[in-house]
Ligand binder design. Structure first.
Ligand code: CP
Length: 304
């Protein structure tokens, strides 16, 4: 096994706070509306073994805004369907000229495996139930657009935390900066062991308790595709945990409502909350582009 190439982004857990701040600072200097040739001549492969709308499109726009070429490879339309392994796919992409691979895979650790065998940076665009580092970074970027700093901040994460790579990366990132993080949901979604994910996490089953005094509410999708063997009653989840306008009033008056998407209106939140003045859900998606421009610039050695 080799050390991943410089610039790889495989997770938040092992990133230092100063590296995170460096990426956030770089993202603030990126302008997706103004193409600049920072990555001209570079080839970025978007290798997606799972579906994606936001991550895939924003990495593609980010790469193109920096002048790079992109190729999309999806499992359903490539030789992956014929049984080619992850590593053989990686060697093939490197051989045809890839300079960087952005990879989403249903198995935790798949991007790490790729990174250990290739001499080019690999960016984890979501690996199973493990991490989704670019999402945590764009969420942090979004929070800091509305809050002066992480100091004294209270973030409440509600929903399917057990199956969520977004929650894992967010917990690692926020606790590195001393943010108070409360996890809220039923035991199927928030087992007690979730508290050991990062230092200082608090768990509550009561949404009213979770919301009181919070600055940021992060809602998560119920991931039916990862729930084999679980029998969660959605009616009961909605009754106890759905974010409604009435519940939102329990949080701070200017609390942000966030959701990594895709949102399911009528399940995790009501439509009036999704479209309300406190919702920054669309802004989160928008912020994915400058954040991923920064990630790609760092990956390809242009993070000056
Ligand atoms: N938040 C997120 O990862 O969305 P996609 O699955 O659409 O990329």
């Amino acid at each position: 096994m080799n050390t991943p190439a410089r610039g790889s982004l495989l997770g938040i857990e092992h990133l230092e706070a100063k590296e995170i701040l460096g990426l956030l600072k770089l993202a603030r200097r990126m302008n997706p509306l103004k193409t600049r040739p920072l990555l001209r001549g570079k080839r970025v492969v978007l290798l997606f073994y799972e579906n994606s709308t936001r991550t895939r499109s924003s990495f593609e726009f980010a790469a193109k805004s920096l002048g790079a070429m992109t190729t999309l490879l999806q499992a359903s339309s490539s030789s992956i369907e014929k049984g080619e392994s992850v590593l053989d796919t990686g060697y093939t992409l490197r051989a045809v000229g890839a300079d960087c691979i952005v990879m989403r895979h249903p198995s935790a650790g798949a991007p790490h495996l790729m990174a250990e065998h290739l001499d080019i940076p690999v960016i984890n665009a979501g690996d199973g139930m493990h991490e989704h580092p670019s999402q945590a970074l764009l969420d942090a970027y979004t929070i800091l657009k509305h809050q002066k700093s992480f100091k004294g901040l209270h973030v409440t994460i509600i929903g399917d935390i057990f199956h969520s790579r977004v929650a894992r990366s967010a917990c690692h990132l926020l606790t590195k900066f001393g943010v108070t993080v409360t996890l809220c949901g039923p035991p199927e979604f928030v087992p007690e062991v979730a508290a050991t994910l990062a230092p200082g996490l608090r768990i509550t089953r009561h949404i009213e308790d979770a919301l009181r005094g919070t600055d940021v509410i992060m809602l998560l999708r119920v991931q039916k595709e990862r729930m084999a063997g679980h029998r969660i009653k959605l009616e009961s989840y909605i009754a106890r945990y759905q974010m409604t306008a009435a519940r939102l009033k329990l949080a701070k008056r200017d609390a942000l409502v966030m959701h990594p998407g895709p949102i399911i209106r009528g399940l995790e939140l009501t439509a009036d909350v999704a479209d309300g003045t406190q919702s920054v859900i669309v802004d989160e998606v928008r912020n994915g582009v400058p954040m991923r421009m920064a990630i790609l610039a760092r990956a390809l050695g242009k993070a000056k």
